[in-house]
Design a protein around this ligand. Structure first.
Ligand code: ADP
Ligand code: MG
Length: 241
């Protein structure tokens, strides 16, 4: 397993947002997290990226316990890319500088190496000619694709995507989804929180339904989305479709 979350517990203000959550992700696997708003999807992704500290349980990446207090969060985050719903690009920096800022400043990568890698990624996703542009010259879909490139430039082992299409106008969703589909084709391991059930069905190897901070049900998309075992999964799917 590339990622192993065991009995993960995260408490906010006395409320267990993650309540004994267990989830494994194999290398090259794409897992879609679905569930009602507040079920803990974003919190889980933030805990895996060590942006939030768990209160109990363990998270292993490549067999190493990253939730061990001795683990170096910067090194862990180099191996795990996280992209949010809002792309958070710096408006006063070019696309290329947005992408290379963290690798250079945080991870100490040589500037030219980071820039070269960023250019290669931009080329692969069809944004090569935008490298010197400022974010406000880009469409929302292009900005989100740049944000994904920014998460890829350290060659992470795992990519976490948190509702990356929800802030986009409907006509811009497709270009981001097709980029994710391409990354899957290249074998990228991904965990994506989404409420795009059609996309989850197409791209995910496995769908995990979160309910009250646990994985209540998981399995192949056609099973979980088409013929769920749990009444709560069925209720959720009826409400959103
Ligand atoms: P989802 O992404 O599935 O909608 P979240 O993980 O964002 O769910 O939130 C789960 C619960 O945790 C919500 O009730 C939310 O209010 C709470 N929560 C998330 N982050 C914080 C925080 N930093 N402080 C307090 N409560 C939080
Ligand atoms: Mg969320």
């Amino acid at each position: 397993m590339l990622l192993e979350c065991r009995d993960v517990r995260k408490v906010f203000g006395g409320h267990a947002v993650l309540d004994g959550l267990t989830l494994d992700v194999a290398e090259h696997e794409v897992v879609a997290l679905i569930g009602a708003s507040g079920s803990g999807k974003s919190t889980l992704l933030r805990c895996v990226n060590l942006l939030a500290e768990i209160d109990d349980g363990t998270i292993h990446l490549d067999g190493e316990e990253i939730t061990d207090p001795r683990a170096d969060p910067d090194l862990v985050r180099r191996r795990i890319g996280l992209v949010f719903q809002s792309y958070n690009l710096f408006p006063h920096m070019t696309v290329l500088d947005n992408i290379t800022l963290a690798p250079v400043r945080v991870h100490g990568r040589p500037v030219e190496e980071a820039r070269e890698q960023a250019r290669q990624w931009l080329d692969r996703v069809g944004l090569a000619e935008k490298s010197g542009a400022y974010p406000d010259r880009l469409s929302g879909g292009q900005q989100q694709r740049v944000a994904i490139v920014r998460a890829l430039v350290n060659n992470p082992r795992l990519l976490l995507l948190d509702e990356v299409t929800s802030a986009l106008d409907p006509e811009l969703v497709g270009e981001v989804l097709s980029m994710i589909r391409e990354l899957k084709g290249e074998g990228m391991t991904m965990v994506l929180a989404t409420h795009e059930m059609g996309f989850a069905r197409q791209v995910a190897d496995r769908v995990a339904f979160l309910d009250a901070g646990r994985v209540l049900e998981q399995g192949p998309p056609e099973q979980v989305l088409g013929d769920p075992v749990e009444a709560r999964t069925r209720q959720f799917l009826t409400r959103i479709i």
